[in-house]
Design a protein around this ligand. Structure first.
Ligand SMILES: Nc1ncnc2c1ncn2[C@@H]1O[C@H](COP(=O)(O)OP(=O)(O)OP(=O)(O)O)[C@@H](O)[C@H]1O
Ligand SMILES: [Mg+2]
Length: 241
């Protein structure tokens, strides 16, 4: 579904993403891990058109994503959630999701259809009943579910999730992990998921890609990654430095 080849992103002299190849299959949940500053968010930004790569290509169902604007990428079927929660706190829960439902879809949807999709996404993540609440009054965990609802309301083929577990209790992390897994199982959405919380990512991913200093150092099943020497070294390096 998505095949990236030799993706490289430089910021001045810094090579944030360095010649990375990877793929995401249909209905696959792929984890993206690596120490702080490894280039994970930057890799997402190259996919979504926020920071187009200096080199490389990103093929999505036969179409080149490099050169597309963030809006065009979203309309092509790639949604994302952000590392820092970006809810409009003064707007209602429903209004927040409506922006995703209106702007993320490829075909222009009527306001009624957008509202149906927004309500459906809210129900899917378990926030039905809270439609009229101010988004700012939600708990952190619910705001993260709201971010997922925003992305899912666009009915994407692929959703990029950036560190959604940070700051949540183990139970809340379980709940958000289940929402992500259900998005794949029940809606057929592929997921590319950046997460520092290993238990969460190990429990549901089909495959995990590991970045270190911009380079891909491993790509395999959770079991393979757990016992991978280079991965252990990269994380030890982080602790020591
Ligand atoms: N817009 C930017 N301008 C300049 N440098 C940047 C920019 N965005 C990221 N970088 C640098 O690129 C490198 C990779 O950053 P990135 O945010 O992709 O890491 P990350 O793996 O997502 O880390 P974290 O786990 O802390 O979120 C870092 O050295 C960072 O300082
Ligand atoms: Mg990041």
């Amino acid at each position: 579904m998505l095949t990236a080849t030799n993706v490289t992103k430089r910021f001045g002299g810094l090579v944030a993403v360095d010649g990375v190849d990877f793929s995401i299959g249909e209905e696959e949940i792929v984890g993206l891990i690596g120490p702080n500053g490894a280039g994970k968010t930057t890799l997402f930004n190259t996919i979504t058109g926020v920071h187009p790569p200096n080199e490389g290509s990103i093929d999505f169902d036969g179409e080149e994503l490099v050169g597309k604007t963030p809006n065009q990428v979203a309309q092509r079927g790639v949604a994302r959630t952000f590392q820092a929660v970006r809810t409009f706190n003064e707007s209602t829960v429903l209004e927040n999701v409506l922006t995703g439902a209106v702007f993320g879809n490829s075909e222009s949807v009527s306001m009624n259809e957008a509202e149906d999709r927004a309500r459906d996404a809210l129900e899917f993540v378990g926030l039905d009943g809270l439609e009229s609440e101010e988004a700012g009054s939600l708990t952190i965990a619910d705001r993260k579910q709201l971010e997922l609802a925003k992305g899912l309301s666009a009915q994407p083929e692929l959703i990029l999730v950036d560190e959604i577990g940070a700051g949540l209790t183990p139970k809340e992390i379980d709940e958000i992990t289940q929402t992500i897994e259900r998005a794949r199982d029940e809606r057929g959405v592929s997921v590319f998921w950046i997460e520092h919380i290993m238990e969460a990512i190990m429990s549901v991913t089909d495959r995990i890609i590991v970045l270190n200093r911009g380079e891909k150092i491993a790509d395999g099943t959770p079991e393979e990654i757990r016992s991978n020497e280079a991965v252990t070294q990269a994380y030890l390096g982080e602790v020591e430095s």
